[in-house]
Write a protein that binds this ligand. Structure first.
Ligand code: FAD
Length: 418
């Protein structure tokens, strides 16, 4: 059997690895010269960084499994730390190294910056979710769900709302409460390792896409970078990808907004999607500059999270500032945005010198808006031998690396069964 995979993001490469591991001859086509898609390495100012700073969590079981399968050791490439949310001077929550469910209960009970009433309310909220089997009304937004449970304001501001933006990249007043419940089920309410944060210590192409491509090639497959496919078409009982082929089956692992060009008959399935941006600004300071923690929350400003690339990746003095989802920051000229973010970093790092260089990357369509009742297409296109993979394909997760990888694994299994 010969299979084409179009797209070498995390979804396409997950599909390709599963297929290659099952001795299928697989050919991957990727438009860009760098594999990884929306999670890839970029070069700026002499540094290799990412198109956007990412975090993974211990619950990303399929991503971790496939990393191991291709020889990318998660223990070496990811910095594992117990879940820690810190907004300096306002809130600190850190999960102790205790077995579930004690780690979450104690993290909430010992959180600094919430009073007892708020802590107990947070524990009650988690207990209630658990008792309901993590099922909530599918039409509810996260905000409406918090209103329904009368979640106190500081608990929302420092816990649920930042968690919602970080995981769903959609503000609480528009985000799906059911998808948020799925995330909480597998992370905070999962085993203790599942709630750990995994911060990449290498760039996002080196984390999985490049080792995955090498694995596919070692198994006799091919990964063709810099090759954009214009369309796939059925010829008899086989498929062609432009002039490449024939292939017995094809996995389309592109973002929804690239699907229509490849297969116009599938365009209607992704017509209901809307997008949320993510802005990442990289500030290069003198090498001695560091944050008090590798990852810090910022309250009350434009910035949401700061990452110390010195502690994480050995890029000393490099700080990444992340602003997820839509907001007033998108209306600012880049230089003003960067000046405001620098001011917010300066409030957390005493005697911060001016940056030596700054670079801002705005991914306008970073993820789909994860709203209630969103109709996501399944793996099966209904056309024989043509399958979909990608973070947007129907599944429990919002647009994440794990959602992408799981969709790729599912597509590969359908190919193998087909
Ligand atoms: C800035 C940013 C921050 C994020 N932060 C996080 C985070 O912290 N944690 C997390 O889990 N997730 C995060 N995400 C989401 C995560 O990156 C995505 O969910 C995931 O990378 C999507 O993978 P994918 O394979 O489904 O799609 P993509 O990565 O979009 O891959 C599709 C690939 O198909 C290629 N392609 C398209 N058309 C063609 C064609 N015609 N021919 C050949 N190739 C084609 C594209 O070039 C691309 O490489 C973030 C995303 C962004 C942008």
């Amino acid at each position: 059997m010969k299979v084409a995979v179009v797209g070498a993001g995390y979804a396409g490469l997950a599909a390709a690895v599963e297929l290659a591991a099952a001795s299928v001859r697989v050919e991957v086509f990727e438009a860009s010269r760098v594999p990884g898609g929306r999670a890839r390495a970029v070069e700026i100012d002499g540094f290799t960084v990412d198109n956007g700073q990412h975090i993974l969590v211990g619950a990303y079981s399929e991503t971790l499994r496939l990393m191991r399968a291709v020889g990318a050791d998660p223990e070496a490439l990811l910095r594992r730390t117990p879940l820690r949310f810190e907004f300096p001077g306002e809130f600190v929550m850190s999960a102790p190294r205790l077995p579930a469910p004690l780690h979450t209960a104690l993290a909430l009970l010992l959180a600094q910056g919430l009073d007892w009433r708020e802590k107990l309310a947070a524990i009650r909220l988690m207990r209630g979710l658990q008792a309901a089997g993590f099922r909530v009304d599918p039409d509810l937004t996260v905000e409406a769900w918090l209103d329904r449970h009368r979640a106190p304001p500081r608990q929302r501001r420092f816990l649920w709302e930042p968690l919602c933006i970080a995981a769903l990249n959609t503000p609480a007043d528009r985000a799906s409460a059911q998808v948020m419940a799925n995330v909480l089920r597998d992370s905070l309410a999962g085993s203790r390792p599942a709630s750990d944060m995994l911060l990449p210590q290498v760039d996002l192409s080196a984390l999985f896409p490049q080792p995955a491509a090498r694995f596919v090639e070692r198994q006799g497959g091919a990964v063709r970078l810099g090759q954009r496919i214009g369309g796939v078409r059925r010829e008899g009982r086989t498929w062609m990808a432009d002039s490449a082929g024939p292939f017995d089956q094809v996995v389309l692992a592109v973002a929804p907004y690239h699907l229509a060009a490849l297969a116009p008959e599938l365009a209607a399935r992704v017509a209901g999607f809307d997008w949320e941006p993510i802005v990442t600004s990289y500030f290069r300071y003198p090498p001695a500059v560091k944050l008090p923690q590798p990852m810090l929350g910022v309250d009350g400003g434009l910035t949401q999270w700061l990452f110390d690339r010195g502690t994480l990746c050995g890029q000393h003095g490099l700080i990444a500032a992340v602003i997820s989802a839509r907001g007033r920051h998108l209306d600012l000229p880049t230089t003003e945005l960067e000046a405001r973010i620098h001011g917010e970093i300066a409030a957390l790092v005493p005697a911060l010198p001016p940056p030596l260089a700054v670079q801002t990357i705005t991914e306008k369509r970073a993820t789909f808006a994860c709203v209630p009742g969103l109709q996501r297409p399944g793996t099966d296109t209904g056309l024989p031998g043509l399958w979909l993979a990608g973070d947007y394909v129907a599944g429990d997760y919002p647009a994440t690396l794990e959602g992408a990888v799981r969709s790729g694994v599912t597509a590969a299994r359908r190919v193998l069964a087909g």
